[in-house]
Write a protein that binds this ligand. Structure first.
Ligand SMILES: [Zn+2]
Length: 393
């Protein structure tokens, strides 16, 4: 397979040759700039560490079947996402066990599912019970950390859990975190009301990420002290950010990216299982939610309390360029190579020998009303195979 594109990192027009699932070679092409400007951008496939479901199906469900898992993961092809972490959120223990068992079964039985899965991300149930930090995680199912429960979940997942998001505000959290990290699972801090000393103790114990920093937090916080600054200033923590235009205002997003630095930021979509449905009111398994005409997901009946996200990762990357002043190369780094490296996958690249997991896209500039460019996926290549769109048109 051979096609033309522009590199995301230096805008060079190139001819890309793919053979046996790998990039065979990438050659510079001497072409008029006006011609190259019509070619798609090419970048390593995007890696989304937080996808809760899609098209009306949550991963965190007592009814999910392996086919559903595969279908959700395949829906990511259209977004240029070549790897996604299936995210299971707070629920009754038997529901969470069913969910992770089903995801593991899908990966064991389907090559298509396994190729797209970046592991299981368990967000909860060991989160803050406080309103605000708890976010949309149901209060009755939030509970203090239990190593027994973690091991039961990991057994049900056949070892497939790669990320555990928890709040370190509980007594004994550092010991719990150290024990989980010891098993090779990455621990992230999220949905927390922990004081700075507990944040630091969690990092000392091995936590390495802040999950969707700035969300799952109190609406009002003291101007000094607290969990937000403690995580922003902690260089041992990478921050995942929801740059969908609704979860973080532009000023906050830009400040976070500048404070953490590009290399400590990872973009996530946090896609809701209701993402992909039409605007209107939908009955979720745990609450009624409404999709507003502008794509914002809220708890039904009002317009401010967010109930999830619906903007795919590529658009979040385009938003970071627009809202935070990042370069395209930096935005793609935050949405692809950086999350790959953090989770321990081989980071994608555009060199001979790199896996041909690629996204080809156009950035469609907005009209006179302004706003971010639109991330328009032309094609997604996974293991050297075109799984969405067409590489030439
Ligand atoms: Zn969350």
């Amino acid at each position: 397979m051979q096609f033309h594109a522009r590199r995301f990192d230096n805008a060079a027009p190139v001819s890309v040759h793919i053979d046996h699932g790998r990039i065979d070679r990438i050659e510079a092409v001497d072409v008029e700039p006006a011609v190259a400007a019509l070619w798609p951008w090419i970048a390593p496939g995007l890696v989304d560490l937080q996808v809760n479901g899609y098209g009306g199906q949550e991963f965190s469900s007592g009814r999910i079947a392996p086919d559903d898992v595969e279908r959700i993961l395949r829906r990511m092809d259209a977004f240029g996402v070549t790897r996604a972490a299936a995210t299971v959120t707070t629920h009754r223990p038997e529901v969470m066990e069913h969910a992770v068992r089903t995801i593991a079964r899908a990966a064991a039985e389907s090559r298509d599912a396994a190729a797209r899965l970046a592991g299981i991300h368990v967000e909860g149930p060991f989160l803050s019970p406080e309103d605000g930090p708890r976010g949309a995680h149901p209060r009755p199912f939030v509970r203090p950390p239990s190593l027994d429960e973690f091991h039961r979940l990991q057994d049900a997942a056949r070892g497939g859990i790669r990320i555990l998001t928890l709040s370190p505000e509980y007594d004994g959290a550092p010991e719990f975190i150290a024990a989980v990290v010891q098993t090779g699972v990455l621990v992230a801090i999220g949905h927390t009301a922990a004081q700075p000393a507990r944040i630091r103790a969690a990092v000392d114990a091995g936590a390495t990420m802040s999950t969707h920093l700035g969300n799952g937090a109190h609406a009002l916080i003291p101007r000094h002290g607290g969990y937000l600054w403690a995580q922003l200033a902690e260089d041992r923590l990478v921050a995942s950010l929801i740059a969908d235009g609704h979860h973080l205002p532009a000023d906050v997003l830009k400040t976070f990216v500048r404070a953490k630095t590009v290399d400590r930021c990872v973009l996530i979509s946090d896609l809701s299982g209701m993402a992909g449905l039409a605007p209107g009111v939908h009955e979720g398994e745990l609450c009624r939610l409404e999709i507003l005409p502008n794509g914002k997901f809220v708890v039904a009946g009002q317009t401010e309390v967010l109930a999830g996200a619906s903007v795919p990762l590529g658009q979040c990357a385009a938003n970071v360029v627009h809202m935070a002043g990042a370069s395209l190369a930096e935005a793609i780094h935050m949405a692809s190579t950086r999350p790959s490296r953090w989770i321990g996958l081989a980071p994608g690249g555009l060199a001979a020998g790199d896996a041909a997991d690629l996204v080809l896209f156009h950035l469609i500039e907005p009209g006179p009303t302004g706003g971010p460019p639109r991330f328009d996926v032309q094609a997604t290549v996974l293991g050297g195979r075109v799984v969405h769109g067409a590489v030439s048109r």
